[in-house]
Design a protein around this ligand. Structure first.
Ligand code: C2O
Length: 557
């Protein structure tokens, strides 16, 4: 007790009272291109501080982060701090044309925000075009000084970023797809900390290795930066205990397989309790589409190696679920439980959002790639169109003509969403239509996947808020019978939910963070194709519940 109060006293003496024990963390990110060799190919990629993955930021809850971003690369860029709620700092959230205009080549912007009441594994990534494939890194938020994890302290921690590599410039991959009117080509490999692993001959010498001591427990901080697929993740002969997802603590959940959606982070404990040796950590696709859709079916590996291992034979490989093992994915996501939940029990705003792909017709077959059209993404049948100045700026300054506030609460038509949808319903409308939320309103959204083009699992990410996933199921959501099965006691809190393939998920949150918040599919090509929408949360009554003015260096369009 005595020690504690002395520590607290020191903090109070040395920093301003509003930031008891918090520190100012100042970092500089320089964005530039460089040549990097992976998967038998040298490629020019965009990096941060010359690193791929980019630098890991390790900070404490309560810290104020000041990150100067200098764009020395050739493309417009923005950075997003995935999972950070940005309480009263929406100007630092980062999605291009939503909360800011891009940082143009040769210019800089300082992201300034405070981490309040959040701890665990988050990450940062580019939030424009396809740049996040190479511009990404871990953001680790440790408990405030003097506080501990709600689980025994691990011996060591390893950040693990699951990514994808193209033997091509990713900006060209996206531009080609837009020109063709299609979806971007699949990547050439999946990666663990930027390495595809032993099954890719040119990379085998550099396979990512994690050295462990027998009998010790380790915390894996796993981040999925995958661009267009969910992943199964296993470690040969080692069980894992999930203790947090999306920087939100879970009741400890023991499993031998993780199912990770793009955008999700998972904190997982493992004990090096096997015979000394080398074990593969492996990841490959969870493919939720029915047969006939192509995907990259390779396995990516890293190695868990015991310090005293003398064994030089090939590591043991884990057995994976089948690529299309939806029951395993559903079991994993529905069995997770929040450690401390406080679920909104009543609802002020109810929305039902159909979401999935759509197909735009092409005059004279000019862009026909599938069934005479080009694929798009939509929510409530609206394919979102990015404006030319940011929505947050337009909102804050009252600039007309940038967006409309008529994003609908329901789809324009009731149909059999997950069945064989008639072609006549595949065509979306276009618009920059947003939904306005009253400060402190309790919001429930049914996210209903559609079967347009294909049924598929979609990872839906909401900026500025975490949400409870109170229910999930297959087929069409039934508002009469499904609420009876909601978990309003201890459902998992997340910022990205994998809506089950051919199914639905129901989320609840309190809109208590004034600002402009994107919600989108974290499959990058889908959001690029308009699979997104925007919420504007109004100011609350007090100054401390209102969005402050923008920083002076906010980029202009
Ligand atoms: Cu991880 Cu809108 O992003």
């Amino acid at each position: 007790m005595a020690v504690l109060s002395i520590a607290l006293l020191l903090c109070l003496v040395f920093v301003a009272p509003w930031a008891i024990c918090a520190a100012r963390v100042h970092r500089r990110f320089t964005i530039r291109t460089q040549n990097v060799a992976r998967v038998c190919n040298t490629q020019t990629i965009v990096t941060v501080n010359g690193r791929y993955p980019g630098p890991t930021l390790r900070v404490h809850e309560g810290d104020n982060l000041v990150i100067d971003v200098m764009n020395k690369g050739p493309y417009n860029i923005t950075l997003h701090w995935h999972g950070v709620k940005q309480i009263r700092s929406a100007w630092a959230d980062g999605p291009g044309y939503i909360t800011q205009c891009p940082i143009t080549p040769g210019t800089k912007y300082t992201y300034n925000f405070t981490i309040t009441g959040q701890e665990g594994t988050m990450w940062w990534h580019a939030h424009m075009t396809y740049l996040r494939a190479t511009v990404n890194g871990a953001l680790i938020i440790l408990p405030r000084h003097g506080k501990t994890y709600p689980f025994p302290k691990p011996h060591a921690e390893f950040p693990i970023i699951l990514g994808e590599w193209w033997n091509a410039n990713v900006e060209n991959v996206l531009a080609d797809a837009i020109r063709r009117g299609g979806v971007p080509n699949d990547s050439d490999a999946y990666t663990i900390n930027s390495q595809p692993g032993d099954f890719f001959p040119c990379s085998a010498n550099d396979t990512t290795r994690f050295m462990v001591e027998r009998g010790k427990t380790y915390l894996l901080r796993i981040i999925s930066c995958a661009m267009i697929h969910a992943s199964f993740f296993k470690i040969a002969q080692h069980k894992m205990t999930v203790v947090a997802v999306d920087a939100l603590y879970t009741k400890p959940y023991e499993t031998d397989v993780l199912v990770i959606q793009p955008g999700n982070t998972m904190d997982v404990l493992i004990t090096a309790g096997q015979e000394s040796g080398r074990y593969y950590i492996g990841t490959r696709v969870y493919n939720s589409q029915p047969q006939g859709f192509e995907f990259l079916n390779t396995t990516t590996t890293a190695i868990l190696e015991y310090h005293d291992s003398t064994n030089t034979s090939a590591p043991v490989l884990p057995d994976f679920p089948a690529f299309n093992d939806t029951p395993t994915a559903f079991k994993f996501s529905t069995e997770l439980r929040s450690l401390n939940a406080s679920v909104p029990q009543t609802v002020d705003e109810e929305m039902f959002i159909t979401e999935g792909l759509a197909l735009a017709s092409c005059p004279n077959n000019s862009c026909a790639v599938i069934n005479g059209g080009r694929p798009l993404g939509s929510m409530n049948n609206i394919s979102f169109v990015l404006p030319e100045i940011s929505i947050l700026q337009a909102y804050y300054y009252g600039i007309d003509g940038v967006y409309t506030t008529d994003f609908p609460d329901n789809p324009p038509l009731v149909f059999n969403y997950t069945g064989a949808v008639p072609m006549g319903l595949w065509q979306p409308d276009f618009g920059t239509r947003v939904k306005v939320l009253k400060f402190n309103s309790s919001v429930q959204i049914v996210l209903q996947n559609t079967g347009i083009l294909t049924i598929q699992n979609h990872p839906i990410h909401l900026h500025g808020h975490d949400f409870y996933v109170v229910g999930q199921g297959f087929g069409n959501y039934n508002s009469q019978t499904d609420p009876a099965n909601f978990n309003l006691v201890d459902p998992q809190l997340l910022n990205t939910v994998g809506v089950p393939t051919g199914g639905w998920a129901v989320i609840r949150f309190i809109a208590n963070n004034p600002g402009v918040w994107l919600m989108h599919c974290h499959f990058e090509s889908h959001s690029e194709l308009g699979f997104e929408t925007v919420f504007i949360t109004e100011n609350g009554p007090g100054n401390s519940e209102s969005l402050p003015p923008p920083p002076r260096d906010l980029p202009k369009c």
